[in-house]
Design a protein around this ligand. Structure first.
Ligand SMILES: Nc1ncnc2c1ncn2[C@@H]1O[C@H](COP(=O)(O)OP(=O)(O)OP(=O)(O)O)[C@@H](O)[C@H]1O
Ligand SMILES: [Mg+2]
Length: 288
């Protein structure tokens, strides 16, 4: 299945993003075929969430766009330029809350990218302060990472990515290590920051509600090997979103069943469960 935004999905407001394009992309590690014939177009400034069973190849796709991994076949481009390796136009937010340099202050961590690019001291300090303010850490620049909570560290990591003003932000389960309450706060923050800065975002999550809260489109993947896209769901609920809206509940049920059916298929193929012995809810719980 191929995934492209309709013209109506594209925002009219100012955006700093670049589009992402994957054309007939496949990845194999030796004999192991991971993803197959993936076609994806993420419009400039669009927020796309990727959901799928564990091990289906979500991070693999994100790593292709980040330039950490070459495609076995097919083309990957960002802003019309082929991706041959990592670049400053793409920022990656990892799951780990340990991604900051522990020997630098929060402010120095955020200044690190611009410093490496030779940005003068006062300019980069101003930029770092601005992005720390944006993520709600204006007061914490002089602290060391070890003095921050997990949620604060994840905000600092986001500031450290955004200060480079990337046109594409790649987020791989960025809130996976956070507790439920902090996670909710971070979801609202990311929605706010994205609307303020409008980069293109590719966001991987296992949390269906998180995807509904954030995505312009939600793409589900089949279980591997040879995984591909299963469903592409545009989310038309106005932002900031209310997850109690009937449209959100309906979308949640559809996506949950979509992924649960893939999880059930994999478990059955592996002989881990037999038809009739799988509780309906158990595979669903595994997917969510
Ligand atoms: N460098 C590698 N060498 C060999 N196999 C790999 C490599 N990286 C990933 N894989 C395999 O590719 C498959 C997809 O991995 P990937 O990390 O993309 O899955 P995922 O969908 O992100 O899973 P999760 O939801 O658990 O993070 C897995 O079977 C994994 O074992
Ligand atoms: Mg992953």
């Amino acid at each position: 299945m191929s995934a492209s935004p309709s013209p109506a999905d594209r925002s009219e407001s100012a955006c700093t993003g670049a589009d992402i394009r994957l054309e007939h992309v496949s990845v194999a590690f030796g004999e192991h075929r991971i993803v197959s014939d993936i076609n994806l177009h993420v419009a400039a400034g669009e927020f796309v969430c990727l959901l799928g069973p564990s091990g289906c190849g979500k991070s693999t796709l994100l790593n292709l766009v980040a330039g950490f991994l070459p495609a076995t076949s097919g083309k990957v481009s960002v802003g019309g330029r082929p991706v041959h390796g990592p670049g400053r136009d793409r920022g990656v937010v990892f799951q780990s809350t340990e991604a900051l340099f522990p020997w630098l202050t929060v402010q120095e961590n955020v200044e690190y990218g611009p410093r490496m690019c030779g940005v003068p001291r006062s300019t980069r300090a101003d930029a770092a302060r601005r992005y720390l303010e944006l993520v709600g850490l204006g007061h914490a620049g002089s602290r060391m990472p070890g003095e921050l909570s997990g949620g604060m560290r994840q905000r600092a990591q986001i500031a450290r990515v955004l200060v480079n003003e990337p046109s594409v932000v790649l987020m791989d389960e960025p809130f996976g290590a956070l507790d439920a309450q902090t996670r909710e706060v971070m979801q609202v923050e990311v929605d706010r920051i994205w609307r303020a800065t409008r980069p293109t975002i590719l966001f991987i999550t296992h949390d269906i509600w998180e995807a509904i809260l954030l995505g312009d489109r939600i793409i589900t993947m089949t279980a591997g090997p040879d995984a591909t896209f299963k469903t592409v769901a545009p989310v038309s609920i106005p932002r900031p979103r209310e997850l109690t809206a009937p449209a959100a509940l309906e979308l949640y049920r559809d996506l949950r069943e979509d992924i649960a059916s893939e999880v059930r298929r994999t478990l059955q193929a592996q002989g881990l469960v037999r038809e009739g012995l799988v509780r309906e809810g158990s595979a669903r719980d595994a997917a969510a």
